[in-house]
Design a protein around this ligand. Structure first.
Ligand code: HEM
Length: 519
């Protein structure tokens, strides 16, 4: 028995490290031998940084698991994530199913995904975001945010929360209309409380268990009564779980709309994602069931909160650092040049007026380069063999690339760790090359559908803020970096040694320079 086990293990080691097709790919041996080695990095919250370290050491193609390869080249980017590549999302994404149902984000097969995306692409187009109803909605949310800064001066030191309120209010309005639109910015304590469960750091641990032990994790959380009490010490995250409140809110919005739509469809408002899916369902003879629609909407809601507000938080923080004051000043000059006619009574510009400001665009690009809110690898599989960057990749091998590594290539981005928006306005040839490597919203068929919504929210709010205020890092916090949570990991500015809690900034009125909000 011992001999047989040893022989089996020896063959296993030999096969993974020498005999199999992937054995030619460079990388640390231990990662090739067992997928648990990368799982340890996931647990420590250092996966993305570790993969970058491996790329720096071994080159643009590295093996990071027995059947997993990471790339960091433009040729691989086109092959894996280019339009029509045929690559599918892996099962990793199933942890984002909502109410037990797949949605656009979690579908594997290309066809199934494309059909769903087609239903919604128009609603998310750039023209819909900068003109008409949705543009007015975004401008209105930005106005409410500016009013909040005035009516709750203490809130200026809580940018992390207030920016979450802003993105929550915008996405709930966009997805659910009056049926689920929240009023967190304008003061609803119940709506503000929806964000509480995402602040719990245990959500990183829960993600790890959900990916590495999916069945066990599901089993743990579905226990009731005595068993629930018995398994309590084993739970990776205490209840309520991440987004529990938000998911419940989303389901209630859907149920209210569904009741009305069934009774009298013609009286329902349908200028929102939920209404669009429902009318599609009615016209196509019921291709979606109730939970399909509820799951799709909830996924867009969840995708549209942290991404936008985390980016806004890093952007305002980076501009608040003393060493970056020159960038803030240039931005202020640009946004101050927006004409009064393009602004509402409160001085908040239209999304259209903010959509073509080159310096603001450079600042957002640079923020998303250095502080991408989704910096980790995006795993994909192909159901047939393929050659990528000179290596034969067998069918069903997991391949991935990460914005984090692409954005830190020192050959493309000089001093890659430095926040420098001016790099996007320099030599045209260099800028064109940088744009090819810039991958914050992914690419191809699976590219972020919410990009134009996020851009309209960010450009409008940032313009409104810097037309009126100067932002500074609060005294005592100059050497601290804010941090965000993304999947299993925390991300922050690595040139800082200390991590700050969320209250890091002070904000000063541009017009009354000696006035300070209380912080
Ligand atoms: C700064 C803001 C945002 C960034 C940087 C961002 C980034 C991304 C990235 C990188 C992906 C691909 C992820 C992967 O394949 O692993 C993605 C997909 C997606 N994003 Fe965003 N996102 C942002 C805002 C939004 C917003 C506001 C929404 C609102 C609905 C949204 C909805 C989605 C959806 C539904 C997908 C899946 C698309 C598909 O599979 O075709 N995102 N996003």
């Amino acid at each position: 028995m011992f001999v047989a086990t040893s022989a089996f293990l020896a063959y296993h080691v030999l096969h993974r490290t020498i005999l199999c097709t992937l054995a030619k790919i460079p990388g640390p041996r231990i990662f090739a031998l067992t997928s648990w080695r990368l799982a340890i990095e996931d647990f420590k919250g250092s996966r993305t940084r570790k993969i970058q370290e491996i790329h720096v050491k071994y080159g643009p193609v590295v093996r990071i698991g027995p059947r997993e390869v990471s790339f960091n080249s433009l040729s691989a980017l086109r092959k894996i994530y280019g339009a029509g590549s045929g690559f599918e999302r892996t099962d990793f994404y199933r942890m984002f199913d909502v109410y037990g149902k797949e949605n656009m984000f979690t579908f594997g097969p290309v066809q199934q995904h494309a059909e769903r995306k087609k239903m919604l692409s128009h609603a998310y187009s750039k023209s819909s975001m900068i003109k008409g109803e949705q543009a007015a909605m975004i401008q209105d949310k930005a106005r409410q945010y500016m009013q909040l800064l005035e009516s709750e001066p203490g809130s200026t030191s809580e940018m992390f929360s207030t920016l979450h309120f802003f993105s929550l209010d915008a996405i709930t309005d966009f997805v659910y209309g009056k049926y689920g639109s929240t009023q967190a910015v304008s003061g609803s304590q119940g709506d503000r409380a929806l964000l509480n469960d995402i602040l719990d750091p245990a959500r990183r641990k829960l993600s790890w268990f959900a990916v590495h032990f999916p069945a066990f994790t599901k089993w743990l959380y579905t226990r009731v009564n005595l068993m629930e009490r018995l398994v309590k010490p084993l739970l990776p995250m205490k209840k309520p779980l991440t987004y529990t409140g938000i998911r419940t809110h989303a389901l209630q919005a859907w149920q209210q709309f569904y009741r009305e739509a069934k009774q009298n469809w013609s009286k329902c408002t349908s200028n929102h994602v939920m209404g669009l899916l429902w009318s599609h369902h009615k016209n196509q003879g019921g291709s979606l069931d109730d939970l399909d629609i509820a799951s799709e909407c909830a996924d867009h809601l969840l995708a549209g909160i942290d991404t936008t507000s985390d980016t806004l938080m890093f952007l305002t923080w980076a501009l608040s650092l003393t060493r970056n004051r020159r960038f803030q000043d240039k931005l202020a000059e640009e946004v101050s040049s927006i004409s009064e006619e393009a602004c509402d009574d409160f001085g908040v510009p239209t999304p259209e007026a903010c959509a073509s400001l080159p310096y603001l665009d450079a600042i957002i690009k640079e923020t998303l380069r250095v502080y991408a809110p989704l910096p980790a690898s995006e795993p994909r599989v192909l159901r047939q063999d393929i050659n990528i960057d000179g290596y034969m990749i067998p069918a069903d091998t997991v391949v991935s690339m990460e914005p984090y590594s692409l954005h830190r290539n020192a050959e493309i981005f000089e001093e890659p760790l430095e926040f420098n928006p001016d790099r996007w306005l320099g030599d045209g040839k260099k800028v064109a090359e940088m744009k090819k490597w810039w991958w914050a919203f992914s690419s191809g068929g699976r590219m972020c559908i919410g990009m134009h919504l996020a851009m309209a929210e960010m450009t409008t709010l940032v313009s409104a803020i810097y037309r009126k205020y100067i932002t500074n890092v609060r005294p005592g916090s100059e050497n601290k970096t804010p941090a965000i949570t993304s999947r299993f990991e925390m991300f922050y500015d690595e040139s800082f040694e200390e991590i700050e809690d969320s209250s890091f900034k002070e904000i000063r009125s541009r017009d009354v320079s000696d006035y300070k909000y209380s912080v």
